[in-house]
Design a protein. Structure first.
Length: 276
């Protein structure tokens, strides 16, 4: 894998890993913060009876009102602004025609474009009172993301991130979905490198200062196997076990990582017990 200064990189996705400077970090801070604020805005609506189509409308209006564009809308034919994935839906659930009910869990994935930069993040919400196993899955998935982020520093390897997530998740008797991964981003939605959420320490591409990518583990209570439904987008667990996901966008700094998509309101894990 080749590294290249972002200013010298060709437009669009490539197999080269872009290394960004201060301008890129500033652009990603603004885009990431707005994406996090979009999720914050949705938090009060995440109650039993909420219509997923209405959530999609709220998010799109929020983005447009703040000078941003919905990155997912019409991306490769995707028909909506958000991905809303509930219960056994792993990812890419299409909003509309469904109301969330008491006891559901639902991941909302937001990606927007602000001044040409992509802000990409997701959170899993508990809808009303959920079963203990669902709450536990949410908490483990959130902690797995934090452990993946903690492994990021110059000189570390992508396999260190995957190992940090996998070793923790499997020790807690959850499985890591293999079919989807994190990705590079910046002025491109999906770019190099792919960031797997499993792996061996000391293996994979070396992390360098200026790299931008997402970490977005998807954990299941059952087996890791998934299948795609007939709509061509919705991915579900084959054994219909519950699935949860959290995602942040980040940049590699001189001594670790800067998370661009942290919630300004401190709502990164909206399903956490009060005071956690």
């Amino acid at each position: 894998m080749t590294y290249i200064e972002a200013a010298e990189a060709p437009a669009g996705r490539s197999n080269m890993i872009k290394l960004h400077g201060p301008e890129g970090f500033e652009g990603m801070r603004k885009a990431g913060r707005l994406a996090a604020q979009c999720l914050d805005m949705l938090c009060p609506y995440m109650k039993p009876g909420v219509d997923t189509g209405a959530l999609d409308d709220l998010a799109r209006e929020f983005m447009l009102d703040h000078g941003a564009l919905p990155a997912c809308l019409y991306y490769r034919g995707y028909p909506k602004t958000l991905c809303i994935s509930s219960n056994h839906v792993v990812c890419h659930g299409i909003p509309g025609g469904k109301r969330l009910k008491e006891g559901d869990i639902a991941n909302i994935d937001v990606t927007l474009i602000l001044d040409g930069w992509h802000g990409d993040c997701s959170r899993t919400f508990a809808i009303g009172k959920v079963k203990r196993r669902a709450r536990r899955l949410i908490d483990i998935t959130y902690e797995a993301l934090q452990r993946g982020i903690a492994a990021v520093r110059p000189g570390a390897r992508l396999g260190d991130i995957g190992h940090a997530i996998q070793s923790y998740a499997e020790a807690e008797r959850c499985s890591v979905v293999r079919d989807f991964c994190g990705h590079g981003l910046g002025r491109v939605f999906h770019d190099a490198p792919n960031v797997l959420h499993y792996g061996r320490p000391g293996t994979g591409i070396e992390l360098r200062e200026g790299m931008f990518f997402t970490i977005e583990p998807m954990l299941n209570l059952g087996r890791p196997d998934v299948k795609i439904l007939s709509d061509g987008w919705t991915a579900v667990t084959r054994d219909r076990s519950l699935s949860a996901q959290f995602e942040h966008s980040l940049g590699v700094t001189a001594d670790g990582a800067e998370v661009f998509t942290k919630s300004p309101a401190g709502l990164d894990n909206p399903a956490a017990p009060a005071g956690a």
